[in-house]
Unconditional design. Structure first.
Length: 583
């Protein structure tokens, strides 16, 4: 199939573009195999700067057409939640454009997507991938401890199609035992190491549910695997991301949970997390509430509560904190699983590592975490991110689990503004790229699919681009070796408005002016000799007035560096700066 067969009209003049937060623009619209291009018309003497829009067609989630002779209007609702309206002269052109976008945005073949055609300058194919970094990470654990080993049992993906080629497992177990354990777990996702807590030698593992079934089947090798994790009288916790009732009901379908008598030393804990259709519907309700222009506060609050999105954020952080507490404070090992072990399980293990491990809070360390715990661990991005919140098609396997993770990380960054080396801009970029991207990092459902498509040989990776964009760095960052324990009280959790495009545009529109104002306040405070309190200390600048004295003492040391870096980061937002100072 040729792309030209799907494009009925390639270019239309005199098109009017409108979207929230921007002025209406008149210009020319063009369609290519992967992009929708809009270029504004030059006005007056032509000296006014042109406005250009490049929209990846794969980003379109839903199209709404409205025809009114002699023209028509197309509303494009994007997966990253942008909403664009195009007024197109001529009904035939309007229909042709709409049909072309619908066809190009729903191509089923992964090989036809833009990453296989994208060739950025000064970048070589095959570079930037973090697979070897992950293997080195596991090899280092095996070398340092002696209790774990790197196994190539899945090198040909024959044992578990959703696992990477190399996994780290207890050194005492041979590969034959691992194969038998895999047959006892749903999707053959047997327990593997997710995180080794160097502070006290405890470990966090992840897997899928055991296939106990109604007849209470057992697997001796699976029991030996978990017993090998506990040595010298250690104890462990099995954190099930389902409710106890749901876990018991899973027996009817052949699943279930570990029986206590078969796994001595392990205690079960249940923290029910929503997934699949329920989570997707919650996301849809949240977006609908955000797009509701009703001025009534009661209506907004009731719709926000009805979406239950913040409740999902709270429960995810709760479960991650529980796993982290078992490792850090109880000094016990943890096995995390739900049913398939590809969604809520990865959400909990990844968040727990951000809480505990300062290395995962650096820019490079966070990328390594995403690579290990989401991409190589088998989160099915292709299925989960097939549609966002606007699609009219019947829901299949879509779920914003990764977006929920990003939201939870944003909550951590908001509560601990000095502890994350990256900022909100990175999280927003990851949200956009997991749904539609010129890079293939989030393409495919597992490593096996990526190998079959030869993605590392034929496409480019997202990470090198991220490492060269300075606006992703947090100028407030100070290395913190301690765990960061978030508050999950209702008063502590806030709706992440940055996901909404309009909020991002409005928040950044006057940030240089506000940043300059804050810097002027600070310079005035520095030069002041008369602004003294009774205890002979200067009053704090206005933008820091709500800080306690000990908090301000910490902030004061890095405020000059903030303004110094702000000159290098033109996209820094004063709202983020004020939030970081706990205002």
């Amino acid at each position: 199939m040729e792309f030209a067969e799907l494009i009925k009209t390639t270019k239309v003049d005199d098109v009017v573009l409108s979207c929230p937060g921007l002025q209406t623009i008149r210009g020319t619209l063009a369609i290519t195999s992967h992009h929708l291009l809009f270029s504004s018309q030059a006005e007056g003497n032509g000296e006014q700067r042109r406005t250009e829009l490049w929209l990846l067609i794969r980003n379109v989630d839903a199209i709404e057409k409205r025809l009114a002779n002699p023209s028509g209007t197309i509303t494009l609702k994007c997966k990253d939640l942008k909403i664009l309206r195009l007024e197109i002269p001529g009904m035939e052109e309007c229909l042709n454009i709409a049909n072309s976008i619908e066809a190009l945005s729903s191509l089923e073949s992964v090989m036809m997507t833009y990453p296989f055609f994208y060739r950025p300058q000064n970048t070589t194919l095959g570079t930037g991938w973090l697979t070897h970094i992950t293997e080195q990470y596991y090899k280092q654990i095996a070398t340092d401890t002696g209790a774990w080993r790197l196994s190539s049992i899945n090198a040909d993906f024959g044992v578990c199609p959703s696992y990477p080629p190399f996994v780290i497992v207890p050194a005492r177990l041979d590969d034959e035992a691992l194969q038998k354990s895999a047959r006892f777990r749903q999707g053959r996702r047997f327990p593997v190491l997710s995180y080794y807590h160097k502070k006290n030698g405890t470990a966090m593992l992840r897997s899928s549910q055991p296939l106990v079934g109604p007849n209470r089947k057992r697997c001796h090798e699976d029991e030996l695997l978990l017993a090998a994790v506990l040595e010298g009288g250690e104890r462990g916790f099995i954190l099930d991301t389902r409710s106890l009732q749901a876990a018991k009901q899973a027996r009817v379908m052949g699943g279930g949970l570990e029986h206590r008598s078969c796994y001595p030393g392990w205690k079960r804990l249940h923290r029910a997390l929503e997934r699949g259709r329920s989570l997707q519907e919650s996301f849809i309700k949240l977006v609908e509430a955000c797009n509701d222009l009703s001025p009534h506060m009661d209506r907004w609050l009731s719709r926000l509560e009805a979406s239950k999105w913040l409740s999902h954020v709270k429960e995810a952080l709760n479960a991650a904190c529980l796993a982290a507490q078992c490792l850090e404070r109880e000094e016990a090992c943890v096995l995390v699983h739900g049913a398939e072990g590809k969604d809520a399980t990865l959400l909990v293990t990844a968040l727990a590592q951000v809480i505990l491990d300062p290395a995962c809070r650096t820019l490079v360390g966070f990328q390594g975490l995403l690579e290990r715990e989401w991409i190589q661990a088998g989160h099915p991005f292709q299925l989960r991110c097939a549609h966002s919140a606007y699609a009219h098609t019947r829901l299949k396997q879509e779920a914003p689990t990764f977006l929920l993770f990003l939201d939870c990380v944003w909550q951590l960054g908001r509560q601990f503004p000095f502890s994350l080396a990256f900022n909100e801009h990175l999280l927003l970029a990851l949200f956009e790229h997991c749904y539609a991207s010129p890079y293939s990092t989030f393409l495919g459902n597992n490593e096996k699919e990526r190998r079959l498509c030869e993605m590392r040989e034929k496409t480019h990776c997202l990470w090198p681009w991220i490492n060269h964009v300075e606006k992703f760095l947090n100028p407030l960052y100070v290395y913190n070796p301690l765990a960061i324990w978030p508050s999950v009280e209702p008063q502590s959790l806030v709706l992440w408005q940055g996901v909404d495009t309009f909020q991002r545009l409005s928040a950044c529109s006057d940030s240089p002016k506000q940043l300059a104002q804050a810097e002027a306040e600070y310079e005035l405070w520095i030069s002041s000799e008369t602004s003294q309190t009774n205890n002979n200390k200067k009053e704090k600048p206005h933008f820091c007035k709500n800080l306690h004295q000990h908090e301000f003492a910490k902030a004061e040391a890095i405020i000059p560096e903030i303004f110094k870096r702000a000159g290098r980061y033109p996209n820094i937002c004063i709202a983020e700066f004020r939030r970081a100072l706990a205002l």
